[in-house]
Design a protein around this ligand. Sequence first.
Ligand code: ADP
Length: 634
Amino acid sequence: MTAKKSTRQFKAEISQLLEIITHSIYTNREIFLRELVSNASDALDKLRFLQSSGAALADPDAPLEIRLSPDKDARTLTITDTGIGMTREELVENIGTIAHSGSAEFMRRAAEQGGAGADSIIGRFGVGFYSVFMVADEVRITTRSADPAAAPVRWTSSGTGSYTIEDLDADAPRGTSIEISLKEDTADFADPDRLREIIRAHSNFIGFPILLAGERVNTTPALWREPKFQIKKEQYDEFYSFLTYDSKPPLEHLHVAVDAPVQFTGLLFIPDAPSGSFFEDPDNYGLDLYVRRVLIDRRHKELIPQYLGFLRGLVDTEDLPLNLSRETLQENLLVGKIRQTLTKQALAMLAKLAEDQERYATFWRHHGKVLKLGYSDYAHRDQFAALLRFNASTHDDASGLTSLADYKARAKDGQTAIYYISGPSREAVRLNPHLEIFTQRGIEVLYCFEPADEFILDSLGTFDGMTLTPAEKADPADLERFPAQDADAPKDSPEADPADPEAFEAMLAAAKDTLGERVKDVRASRRLKDSPACLVSPDGAMSSQMEKYLRIMTKDTTPPLKVMELNRDHPLVRNLLRIHKNDGADAFFRTSVEQLYESALLLDGYLADPHALVARVNKLLEQASGWYAEIKRL
Ligand code: ADP
């Protein structure tokens, strides 16, 4: 038999990939070893599967293992496995084409970021076998398929444009041997100490022995495969820091072992650090997916819903095939079932964590924003609602947090709603006129500082029999059933209750007439205590904040149609009543009504152009200072 030797060109996309790989500068070239070891482990897994199916194999008694053979003098590193090997056709198919999505993803990202990003991209995704060209001048693959009829083959390439492939006459042991001639500046990968360190960092949990100078390097077992009761907290912490490189131990861990409907183990952690980067890159979340201890995909998104995206960790299952592409994984029903189970368990873990108020507050500060995205998970609505926390009027400062259940427990006898109010900060919310009646009646109000809060409460609708109601939409009659708290609550003084209700009604009508189509109505307020006026949404309309977000999205800048309410007990309004009673056409009255309306718009964030308001204020001040000077006889 003569050895067929031929030289072939790489497919264009591989040449392109190799071009990037060979010409980038890397800080973590070491991951090439993780990729090759993981391929070797894959090949061993496939072999084990064949073995169990009883097929006839080449070298049936060879031990299943991976060997690293560095040679400092020759500046080579050889990685040998006794796995399934490859036939000539397989070799061409697997190594000569770009079948796996890891490389496709790499190419896309590399194109987006230019060469500069290649380092971090390779670090994050790996590019499989080709990453070897970060460190290699030349690579020789010698492989012999487990199929006893197949002949050994050799593949050689320097990673530039072409490769050669030849059949070998001599016999070769089953499996694959990858001999790397290291580049001059990567000679340290022939150093056993360095190799040991890399294997421990990246390939510690490979299920087959990785041998170096006759010694097994991967001695740490896959923690998640061990019975929970045998694992100490330190081991979990150590594993977490291995997984995330976080210096702080995790806030909490969740170790799941499930047999039905899917067999899998999961080891999940809540980092004790803000998930700040989540919102910069909200698609970068997920759990590492292992199939029989072999890493299939890092941060696989289908394993947890996005709102649990703060979780770090891994899932290992026996029930998925090894060589699944990312695309088929997405549609995989088993993966969906794993997600369901993990979601339930993670929510239960959070409920348990919530029993420790202080630790839960830490969790909420770190990850609350991400968790809030769960309002759309209707299947877990109740568990989700129980995990929400809000700052509220009962707290001393913005750091206080309450759950909806605690609010309910504190609610007044007969109170059937949980009230909430929105604003950018505690200071802003506390100046909101709509809060006044609640303060007066001692009714707690939840503060919503984030746009999402109102969507969440609105979409929940109710909590444990209480309706969730925006403060501005509360019916004052409902609130007046509760006695006023403070001593200086408005008495029904003759002034407060205008002796002449008809005159007050006439003034309201004149105010409406002044504002015209800009307001739906002008009416007396029962909710105001310290402010002269406020705007409320007409009955049935959506709440102000909600409306505001929609308007931002549609870029609508016209003020919305509101009802203006006037506080009949406020001195300013009482003065206006006197002025209007005296002369229904008084210009000062009309200017003041305009001013009250625009001030309310300004407070609610609707005033697009302040020029008219400022001009009017100046005019009013001009008049007021004139009168002041006159009174003082200056
Ligand atoms: P990936 O491992 O992501 O599929 P690689 O480029 O690393 O991509 O490898 C491509 C294919 O080559 C593998 O899917 C596998 O079929 C084959 N292969 C790589 N290394 C080995 C090996 N040591 N033994 C057997 N087959 C291998």
